[in-house]
Design a protein around this ligand. Structure first.
Ligand code: FMN
Length: 347
C-alpha cells in the first residue's frame, strides 16, 4: 500500500538528506566560560522530568517510524538501544497500525524488546479519543505524542488538506486520556501564539521541534513529481528561535527541544534556553543505519559522560540549573527576540 511505501521513503529520504541539514540556531547560543565551577563530575545528575514523566536521561529517541518491514527492523534496533542505555523512546505515528492490523507488530516490537522502558506512542492531531487510547494500549505506552505538521501534510501529495479541528480535537484527547499527552511539531518549530493555544487547552508538555534538522518540506517535496516546493525549504522557526518563543511560558509547561540536535553542546544550549529534555531523530537514524547498535550504544554512553563534563564546566548539577547560567545570543537571535517582543533574560 502507499502507506508502506511512504514509511520506507521517509526513512530513505531522511538518511539521504542527513548531510544537508541547515542550522538549528543552537550554535548561536554561547555559555560564558568561568574558571571556578566548584563542583565535581560526581555531583552531576542527568535525570529530568516532563510533566509527570521521569526520565533517567535528558535526551531521548524521538518519533520516527513503524508500519513497514524495514521500519520493524529499525524499531527493534532502536528499542534494544533504548533498553540498553535507559533512554526514553517515541515511535512514529501508529495511525497506520490502527487501520492496517498487519503492521501492528512493527510497533509492538518496541515494547517487546524493552518491557520496562519509557515508551511514547504517536498520532496525528485529527484522531479520535478512541484512537488515542488504542495508540497507547498498543504499546502499553507511558505517554502519547500528538504531532502537528501542516506544512508536511500540504507538501505531501496524498496529505491532509483540512486543518479545521485540530485544536479542539487535541483538547478532547488531553481531557479524556489518562496518559500524559505531549504535543510536538515535526521540524517546523513553534511560536508563542501556538504555545499559548496549547496551554489554553491544557497541554502540559510541548516539543517545539524546530527547523535545522530533518526537513519534512524537503522529504515530501522529493516525493512530488515536479518538486514544486523547492522554495519552501526554510519554512519555520529554528530550534533556538522556538525555545525563545517558549521562554515566557517555561514555568507553565515543560518544553522539549528537538530539530537537528547532534551533540551534547547543542543539548546544553537547549537546556540553557529552558528545555527540560531533548529529542533526537535524524541523528539516531543515521547512527544505527551507518554504525550499528553496538557503536550507537557506545556513542550514547559517551554523550552521557560528555554532557556530565559540560555541566561540570558551567557548574550545573541538575538540568534545571543550566538555564540559570549566563549565556550570550548571536545578533540574529537578539534580532528575533526584538521583533517578536520576547524579553529574554535569566531568572
Ligand atoms: N514525528 C512524528 O511526530 N511522527 C512521525 O511519524 C515522524 N516520523 C518521522 C520519520 C523520520 C524518518 C524522521 C527522521 C522523523 C520523523 N518525525 C516524526 C519527526 C521527528 O520526530 C522530529 O520532530 C524531526 O525529525 C526533527 O528532529 P531531528 O532533526 O532530530 O530529526
Amino acid at each position: 500500500t502507499t502507506h508502506w511505501n511512504r514509511k520506507d521513503q521517509h526513512i530513505h529520504l531522511a538518511e539521504m538528506q542527513y548531510n544537508e541539514t541547515s542550522s538549528n540556531g543552537l550554535d548561536e547560543v554561547r555559555f560564558i566560560h568561568q574558571s571556578f565551577s566548584e563542583i565535581k563530575t560526581d555531583d552531576v545528575k542527568l535525570n529530568t522530568t516532563l510533566g509527570s514523566l521521569s526520565l533517567d536521561y535528558p535526551f531521548f529517541i524521538n518519533a520516527m517510524t513503524g508500519g513497514s518491514e524495514k521500519a520493524h527492523v529499525i524499531n527493534q534496533n532502536l528499542a534494544m538501544i533504548a533498553k540498553e542505555t535507559h533512554l526514553a523512546m517515541a515511535v512514529g505515528s501508529v495511525s497506520v497500525a490502527l487501520k492496517e492490523p498487519s503492521t501492528i507488530e512493527s510497533f509492538k516490537v518496541v515494547r517487546k524488546n524493552n518491557p520496562d522502558g519509557l515508551i511514547i506512542s504517536n498520532l496525528g492531531a485529527h484522531h479520535s479519543v478512541d484512537s488515542a487510547k488504542r495508540a497507547i494500549d498498543l504499546l502499553e505506552a507511558n505517554a502519547l505524542q500528538i504531532h502537528v505538521n501542516t506544512p508536511q501534510e500540504l507538501v505531501m501529495p496524498e496529505g491532509d488538506r483540512d486543518f479545521t479541528n485540530w485544536l479542539s480535537n487535541i483538547e478532547r484527547i488531553v481531557k479524556n486520556v489518562q496518559a500524559p499527552v505531549i504535543v510536538k511539531e515535526v521540524g517546523f518549530g513553534m511560536s508563542k501564539e501556538t504555545i499559548q493555544q496549547l496551554l489554553d487547552i491544557g497541554v502540559g508538555v510541548i516539543d517545539v521541534s524546530g527547523r535545522g534538522g530533518t526537513n519534512f518540506i524537503h522529504i515530501e517535496n522529493e516525493r512530488r513529481d515536479h518538486k514544486e516546493f523547492d522554495y519552501l525549504l526554510n519554512w519555520g522557526q529554528t530550534t533556538a528561535e522556538s525555545l525563545l518563543e517558549a521562554h515566557f511560558y517555561r514555568k507553565q509547561a515543560d518544553f522539549i527541544a528537538s530539530g537537528g540536535i547532534k551533540n551534547p553542546l547543542q543539548m546544553l544550549a537547549a537546556f540553557g534556553l529552558g528545555a527540560k529534555a531533548v529529542g533526537i531523530s535524524g541523528e539516531f537514524l543515521h547512527m544505527i543505519l551507518t554504525k550499528g547498535n553496538q557503536v550507537s550504544i557506545e556513542q550514547i554512553e559517551s554523550w552521557k559522560e560528555e554532557l556530565t563534563f559540560l555541566m561540570t564546566m558551567i557548574g550545573a548539577k541538575r538540568i534545571v540549573e543550566i538555564e540559570r547560567k549566563p549565556i550570550v545570543l548571536s545578533p540574529d537571535l537578539v534580532n528575533w527576540c526584538t521583533q517578536r517582543h520576547i524579553n529574554f533574560k535569566h531568572q
